[in-house]
Design a protein around this ligand. Structure first.
Ligand code: 3BY
Ligand code: FES
Length: 418
């Protein structure tokens, strides 16, 4: 019997024929071609959340971030500004810093010891001719912005021009949480056995949240529902949510805290969504009973009932800012089927572990939720890897998944058209 393989379909064809309302075809999640395209078209062109400023509290503190073939050094300089440089020596190109984080006086390449200042200037190189112009061989800078204590980079020569506008709109929501005066309580790196887009898609819906018992104590079970779509079984929870929302707005307004939803997830290069909303249970924090996990509140907040200020950003981040702590999530693709999720818990700089907070209680809900999500992402990757997989339809509560995929496909189309 003669069998015929289906004709190979190229990445450009798959991008062009993407059907709205359906999950992507398998090669987007499984193929090395799409992984490489995602790095070049999305991660090397968009603004990316890569760290909290609190990870670099002192001059000389650095964090390295690997994105496909790129490695970037984030560093606090002597003026206390956060800068970013390509982690590539200007002599013969060696990777300079190997560690994930640390502190340096100068940046010294381990190959022939070219030495750069924390401002990136080449300070010293042995045995060079007297007329050698060191000023031409500083580290290559990467575009960097900080927004209310969050660090963003863009690898593109010409970054998306809309970032400053987005920053100006989200900054008033986030700044009251005082993240520039926060410290890292802990950071956990989790490697998920799935494509980065499955990690992001999973974050953008709560259709699966029945699988998150810890989260359900503080997250209203009506996440993502438009009022007309709320099923009868969830109507009491929806009414409870509406009442809590109305009550908490009085608090937000008296404290001058912005809360209104802004949702521009797939209508701009720097897609985002931000909103302050009430929490269920005691209404204070992401803990198992909803009470604050840290007795010393962020900033100078006087009440713990400030709900959750939640920010979603394309392509790789989400955040929850609470009265007592903040949690940042940064997603880094490692391979077609491997993704790093870096979760960072921030508390007031003066909060003392064991006195103001118990680390286990602070982190329990989201470590459990992240672990559950990792299993769901791995399960999706496994199913999608079967030749039997066919794209399936999004539910109305999964509208943010559609927005993410739409944003993503728009970026690929723009890149392929160049
Ligand atoms: O973390 C988020 O953004 C929300 C809460 C649970 C899942 N996701 C929809
Ligand atoms: Fe860095 Fe030679 S490659 S000093």
């Amino acid at each position: 019997m003669t069998t015929f393989a289906a004709p190979a379909t190229g990445t450009a064809d798959l991008v062009a024929r993407r059907a709205p309302g359906l999950s992507l075809e398998a090669p987007f999640y499984t193929g090395q071609e799409f992984f490489d395209l995602d790095i070049e078209a999305v991660f090397a062109r968009s603004w990316l959340f890569v760290a909290a400023e609190a990870e670099l509290p002192e001059p000389g503190d650095y964090v390295t971030v690997t994105l496909g073939p790129y490695s970037v050094i984030l560093l606090r300089d002597d003026e206390e500004e956060v800068r970013a440089f390509h982690n590539v020596c200007r002599h013969r190109g060696a990777r300079i810093l190997d560690e994930q984080r640390g502190s340096v006086g100068n940046i010294v390449c381990g190959y022939h010891r070219w030495t750069y200042g924390v401002d990136g200037r080449l300070l010293h190189a042995e045995s060079l001719p007297p007329d050698f112009d060191r000023s031409c061989f500083g580290l290559r800078a990467v575009h960097t912005r900080t927004v209310a204590g969050l660090v963003f980079i863009c690898l593109a020569a010409q970054p998306p021009a809309d970032f400053d506008e987005v920053a100006a709109r989200i900054e008033p929501y986030i700044a009251p949480h005082g993240l520039r005066r926060a410290k890292v309580a802990t950071q956990i790196d989790l490697v998920e056995n799935g494509n980065w887009k499955l990690t992001m898609e999973n974050n953008r819906e709560c259709y699966h949240c029945g699988g998150h018992p810890e989260l359900q104590c503080s997250l209203f079970p009506v996440y993502g529902y438009a009022e007309q779509d709320v099923p009868p079984v969830l109507r009491p929870a929806y009414d409870r949510y509406l009442q809590a929302d109305a009550e908490s707005r009085t608090t937000y307004e008296s404290l001058g805290l912005p809360y209104a939803a802004i949702e521009e997830l797939d209508t701009r290069a720097t897609g985002f969504r931000i909103q302050r909303e009430p929490l269920d249970g005691a209404g204070e924090s992401f803990t198992e009973d909803g009470t604050a996990a840290c007795g010393k509140l962020l900033s100078d907040f006087t009440t713990p009932r400030l709900g959750r200020l939640s920010l979603h950003m394309q392509p790789n981040a989400w955040f929850h800012f609470l009265s007592d702590h903040a949690i940042t999530f940064s997603v880094i693709p490692l391979a077609p089927d491997r993704t790093l999720v870096r979760t960072t818990w921030l508390v007031h700089a003066d909060a003392v572990e064991g006195v103001d907070y118990d680390l286990d209680a602070l982190t329990r809900v989201w470590t459990a939720t992240n672990d559950q999500d990792a299993l769901l992402v791995a399960r999706a990757q496994q199913g999608i890897s079967s030749p039997a997989y066919l794209p399936g339809p999004y539910n109305p509560t999964e509208y943010q998944v559609e927005a993410f995929v739409n944003w993503y496909v728009t970026r690929l189309k723009a890149h392929l058209a160049r």
